[in-house]
Design a protein around this ligand. Structure first.
Ligand SMILES: Nc1ncnc2c1ncn2[C@@H]1O[C@H](COP(=O)(O)OP(=O)(O)OP(=O)(O)O)[C@@H](O)[C@H]1O
Ligand SMILES: [Mg+2]
Length: 376
């Protein structure tokens, strides 16, 4: 710290100020700095010698600096207090140009040399960092609580809605049959047909939602993944109208058995293969590759296709329920699949492809049960 030509008592005062943890600045009523203690040197990156005599605006980001002369003038003219004796959070600017939050309190003193202002500056960065982290954690907590509530509510709603929906469907079907026998006009029959289909769709959503929220502990058996893949392929290929699909099975030799819930894993495979088939429907070359290998105590199953990849705007959300690009899709396949994989202590991730490449979904299942993180 320095001051121009200090007297002995001034020098003593200045050395005391240097021991303060907070930054201390004294300036005259024109904004010129007279005192700049050690804490300020650390905070702002200037030495006292560099700033003494210069305007305090040096330490402010431009948006504060331009207004500052006006603040002082208004205070001197009107005595109206905006900061003096109050203290507030403002922003300071380091020598390197970075702005940071500070708490500034300003006092004023009448001295033989005229009116002077004393500013005490406290660095708020660490407090801000803690506050931010706290906010983040709180948000996470709220989110988790909501997700849990959703799970329970989802299961309850699915259960409660299932019965009335089934009833609606049966009534509608009965009316449709009757309508045909009494020769109701075609438009009415068509509308009834639509109503039945919509009710069916609602029923399917609910059924799949139930599987999703049920989160039952997988019933594990040692199975050969190649058999599950074979079954899944048969199921999906039989049901599809897309023709001319080349299936490439790319299996490493000596694959171990894996302890999984076969029905659930098959469901994942069916979802992935069905998506792949839907993705290549309009492609000239239509192939689906299913690769299996062991990698770091995990069984890795990859499902890749010759499509154009995941639409960019969808990539972030494809594993979230109800995100779909398909007219009749529910957007549940991947959400359910990932939840099953994670319930098995594994995971489902995607390489979205694009730029001439199709999407590649990667299912990982732990091979060593003892180290499997079971979740709820
Ligand atoms: N292999 C793929 N290639 C390109 N896009 C894909 C692929 N697999 C999934 N997607 C995209 O991800 C979205 C979500 O897939 P998801 O299986 O969760 O739902 P869906 O297929 O739309 O409906 P459903 O619930 O009937 O499966 C799809 O709508 C599609 O846009
Ligand atoms: Mg799907």
């Amino acid at each position: 710290m320095s001051v121009e030509n200090p007297t002995v008592s001034e020098a003593r005062l200045l050395s005391v100020l240097d021991t303060a943890v907070d930054g201390i600045i004294v300036m005259d009523d024109g904004g010129a700095m007279l005192v700049f203690n050690k804490a300020c040197e650390r905070l702002f990156g200037y030495t006292a010698a560099e700033v003494i005599g210069r305007n305090i605006k040096l330490l402010m980001p431009p948006e504060f600096a331009t207004a500052h002369d006006g603040f002082i003038r208004r205070y001197v003219d009107t005595g109206e207090r905006r900061i003096i004796g109050i203290g507030r959070e403002v922003r300071g600017q380091h020598r390197d140009g970075t702005a940071f939050p500070i708490e500034l309190s300003v006092g004023e003193a009448m001295t033989p040399d005229g009116r002077q202002f004393i500013g005490i500056v406290r660095d708020l960065r660490s407090r801000k960092a803690v506050e931010n982290r706290l906010n983040q954690l709180q948000a996470q907590l709220v989110h988790m609580a909501r997700v849990n509530a959703m799970d329970e509510m989802g299961a309850a709603i699915a259960h409660e809605l299932n019965q009335p929906l089934t009833a609606v469907m049966l009534y509608l079907q009965a009316v449709t049959r009757k309508a045909k026998t009494i020769g109701l006009d075609d438009m009415m029959v068509e509308i009834l047909g639509k109503a039945v289909r919509e009710a069916e769709r609602a029923g399917t959503i609910i059924q799949r939602m139930r599987q999703f929220v049920e989160k039952r502990e997988p019933e594990r058996q040692a199975v050969d993944i190649r058999r599950l893949i074979g079954d899944a392929l048969e199921l999906t290929l039989l049901g599809t109208q897309v023709i001319g699909i080349e299936v490439i099975r790319d299996e490493a030799p000596d694959l171990p058995m894996v302890e999984v819930d076969p029905v659930q894993i098959q469901q994942i495979l069916v979802n992935l293969i069905r998506n792949a088939i839907e993705a290549i429907r309009h492609q000239e070359r239509r192939w689906v590759r299913i690769g299996v290998h062991v990698d770091d105590h995990q069984l890795t199953v990859e499902v890749e296709d010759s499509g154009t990849g995941i639409p960019k705007e969808l990539v972030r959300n494809i594993f979230k329920a109800f995100s779909t690009s398909k007219r009749t899709g529910l957007g549940l396949g991947l959400a359910i699949s990932r939840s099953i994989a994670q319930n098995h202590g594994g995971d489902l991730v995607v390489d979205p492809g694009g730029g001439g490449h199709g999407a590649r979904f990667i299912l990982r299942l732990p091979l060593n049960l003892a180290t499997t993180a079971r979740s709820g």
